[in-house]
Write a new protein. Structure first.
Lengths: 163, 91
């Protein structure tokens, strides 16, 4: 049984997963109304042995905007952090363990959300609030650590390392 | 908005399953608060939630305007560069 403060294994590769539909029971902050996403590896055609930790999280429900209208075809670019930041640690709290029905560490995997800029080198990833998946039950949640963070904004916009 | 005065150890009940307790007054600017809520009700520091929400919206907008194609192109061209380098080292 997993315990409080359990470290979640970092996903290192997205191509091993087929495209899967994932439930986010409490949604994703800022993306109101979307609780179901499809996770797809990006560029399944990229060379077999090449480093490609990127994927797409495609909203399967319309995003509710603040003015009450809806946006379709919303998606996020995500990255498997294991190859990019091998020393990165994701700790999961009891509430999230229960929410995602994670019983063993090997059922969990962490991803991070990427904000694309002009180029890959200028792009950033949110290492403050990673996404944790239950890869057996296809459930996910973005976790916000409960500890106080001094350099919150820096962690939310961590530059991608050189590939 | 409802404003209440509570003493340390006193609680506030929201709905029938969210309990907020004032645990300690640390100094003139800080109080320690305990929150007990069902797991479907996320509890966050408001500024953290706001910052993450904004970052998520920014990421979603960037993913829309910056087609996956351009990211993929860049990954492919980097890989080609690397493959080329490895070959030239081999030679």
């Amino acid at each position: 049984m997993t315990r409080k403060g359990q470290t979640v294994p970092l996903a290192t590769e997205l191509r091993v997963l087929p495209a899967v539909d994932i439930d986010f029971p409490i949604g994703i902050p800022g993306l109101r109304g979307v609780r179901k996403f499809r996770l797809e590896p990006l560029g399944a055609d990229v060379q077999e042995n090449a480093l490609n930790p990127f994927g797409k999280l495609i909203a399967l429900e319309p995003l509710q905007l603040t003015d009450g209208s809806y946006a379709e075809a919303v998606r996020l670019i995500v990255a498997a952090p294991g190859l990019l930041w091998p020393n990165y640690k994701v700790e999961i709290d009891d509430t999230t363990l229960e929410l995602l029905e994670i019983e063993n560490p090997d059922e969990a995997a962490a991803l991070v959300i990427v904000t694309l800029k002009e180029s890959l080198a200028q792009s950033t990833a949110n290492l403050f609030a990673p996404i944790v998946l239950n890869i057996k039950k296809y459930m996910g949640a973005q976790i916000l650590p409960q500890k106080y963070s001094d350099d919150l904004i820096a962690a939310i916009h961590t530059p991608l390392p050189q590939l | 908005m409802l404003t209440l005065t509570r003493a340390v150890g006193e609680k506030i009940l929201i709905g029938d399953d969210i309990v907020i307790e004032v645990r300690a007054v640390l100094d003139a600017n800080h109080v320690r608060i305990a929150i007990d809520a069902p797991r479907q009700v996320p509890v966050h520091r408001a500024e953290h939630f706001a910052a993450v929400s904004e970052a998520n919206r920014e990421a979603a907008e960037a993913a829309l305007s910056n087609a996956d194609d351009s990211l993929l192109q860049e990954i492919r061209s980097e890989q080609e560069g690397k493959t080329h380098n490895i070959e030239s080292v081999g030679n």
